[in-house]
Design a protein around this ligand. Structure first.
Ligand code: FAD
Length: 407
């Protein structure tokens, strides 16, 4: 791992810091400090500015509207933006467009699919959701039953997907469906890019235990997709879906490692505010968290180095996903202990981010924001593949043990 920056990376860092200096007012505390209404309009404007400056999809080729740079520059952006308290992915659907389907189309899509989808995704005209899970197919994804039957040069879809994050704001969904019911489980699947704004699609919100509706379920009854919107060809869906999951698990790495550092500083500020700096148990646990954050950062650098070498995300992404998810439960448990009984009737501003650590500027002593984090952290060991599934992948694909399904 060579941590020295190349001249190109140094130039890019200078460009980013200059950009931030021009765009943000003096004394900018970070967007975590904004009130909810101000935050919504800031995020809208911020996304527009990033797009104009080609700072969305920095590592995507310029011919598809990206920045034409590399993963190293993407990492520089993540770092500098986190330090300045501004987001790299301002819209809730950007995670799916920029981190997941974009890299998948760049790796496995046809030229026509890249031309049709990448630029509108950067422009924000196409907002993606992920349609993998079904009521009876989560961990065992290949048990899915949503059917897609061929009619001429179209597929007609029937079935139900569930747990679509940001489904209510999406207008496209990449989804895994069964196109050949007679083929063995994983071979009969296809990966389809589906328009959600059409008859035969019903997207319904699901309210979670935080009281928010960030999830949805999607009912398909005769929805149509073009055959040339199948990525990886008919029957090639499992390979594409797994490649995308590699990006999903890997994507949590670097940005999350930096986000967790900022979050831990916020926790230390809370420990001070609560007068618990001399409490031996709290001190032990905060130091333990610091060790974990450092471990996550080193792991993220290792994954980044592999990416810079051109290696696709491998089973190591399961390790990053597992450790990050479990760490977030540990640190938010600790925040609950530090806050004490005030979490039973939490006050203060609520979280600015739902499935990520809070950005710079978020008040350290807001019991409401920490409670949101604590509740949302429960989800992290489930989505993107549960911790048990990540451990199974580590056991079988890194350690060479038989998979639980063979053992
Ligand atoms: C916040 C959040 C966001 C999500 N967003 C999306 C989204 O945008 N799109 C989407 O398609 N899905 C999404 N999901 C769904 C998610 O992918 C599934 O919940 C997950 O894959 C687990 O599936 P399941 O809920 O059906 O649980 P199940 O698969 O029924 O698992 C139940 C329990 O059994 C354990 N288990 C299952 N199989 C094994 C095994 N072989 N070995 C050991 N233990 C096992 C699991 O670890 C889990 O603890 C999201 C989920 C959450 C919580």
């Amino acid at each position: 791992m060579d941590l020295r920056s190349t001249p190109q990376e140094q130039r890019f860092r200078a460009r980013v810091t200059e950009f931030l200096g021009e765009q943000l007012p003096p004394g900018w505390p970070g967007y975590g400090a904004l009130a909810p209404e101000a935050r919504a309009s800031f995020l809208l404007d911020w996304r527009r500015t990033l797009r104009e400056q080609r700072l969305l999809g920095v590592s995507w080729p310029a011919e598809y509207g990206g920045g034409g740079l590399g993963l190293a520059e993407q990492a520089v952006l993540v770092e500098e933006f986190a330090r300045a308290g501004v987001p790299t992915h301002p819209h809730p659907n950007d995670t799916f467009g920029l981190n997941l389907i974009g890299p998948t189309l760049l790796t496995l899509g046809t030229e026509e699919q890249r031309r049709r989808y990448l630029r509108p995704t950067l422009d924000g005209d196409i907002r993606w959701a992920q349609g993998y899970s079904e009521p009876d197919a989560g961990s065992d994804l290949f048990a899915l039953r949503t059917r897609a039957d061929r009619h001429g040069d179209e597929l007609v879809l029937h079935g139900q997907k569930v747990w679509q994050t940001a489904g209510l704001t999406a207008n496209r969904m990449f989804t895994l469906v069964r196109t050949d019911p007679d083929a063995p489980r994983s071979r009969g699947l296809s990966f389809v890019l589906l328009d959600l704004d059409q008859p035969g699609v019903d997207v319904r919100g699901i309210r979670t235990l935080t009281g928010e509706t960030e999830f949805s379920e999607v009912f398909l009854d005769g929805a149509r997709a073009r055959l040339d919107d199948v990525v990886g060809g008919p029957g090639g869906g499992a390979r594409v879906a797994l490649a995308l999951l590699g990006f999903e698990r890997g994507a949590v790495g670097y940005a999350a490692a930096i986000g967790h550092r900022i979050e831990l500083e916020r926790l230390v500020a809370l420990v001070r505010a609560q007068g618990l700096t001399a409490d031996p148990l709290v001190r032990q646990d905060v130091a333990r968290c610091w060790g974990r954050v450092h471990q996550l950062y080193c792991l993220a650098l290792t994954a980044l180095t592999a990416g810079l070498r051109g290696d696709p995300p491998g089973p190591e992404s399961s390790l990053v996903k597992l450790l990050t998810a479990e760490y977030h439960q540990t640190v938010t448990d600790l925040a609950m202990r530090v806050l004490g009984p005030s979490v039973l009737a939490p006050t203060g501003p609520r979280a600015a981010e739902w499935l990520r650590p809070q950005p710079l500027g978020s008040p350290a002593d807001s019991a409401a924001a920490w409670t949101d984090d604590y509740l949302n952290a429960r989800a992290r060991t489930i989505y993107g593949g549960s911790s048990e599934i990540q451990r199974d992948t580590i056991a079988s694909r890194i350690l060479g043990l038989p998979s639980s399904r063979e053992a």
